[in-house]
Write a protein of this length. Sequence first.
Length: 123
Amino acid sequence: MGKKKKQKIEGPCPIAQAIEIFGGKWKSSILYHLEQKGTLRFSELHRVIPGVSKRMLTLQLRELERDGLVQRDYFPEIPPRVEYSTKSTAESLVPVFQVIDDWGKKNLKAVHKARRDYDSKSE
């Protein structure tokens, strides 16, 4: 079998750029819950994502909205109501997240074992 010719990539890695948009501790959880549950109010999102502060949730939602993954709908009622939902750009991530989920289910035990083995060597 012949060697594959490596294609030279100019500029930043596209995978790193994509992961920067939807990666991190909270963005994937936000997108997951919006995809699973549909439209949610801020307080509902805060309730279903344990450990996220209101400030961090606000910042992450703003970034997701800025990047075109989340739709923010404001209703000028008393009290005001804000709802969040995914846009088609985020919905196209569902198969990507499914592959990552499958990989995690298949490999996380081995990763945790490798970490324990590595950490025990450095003691």
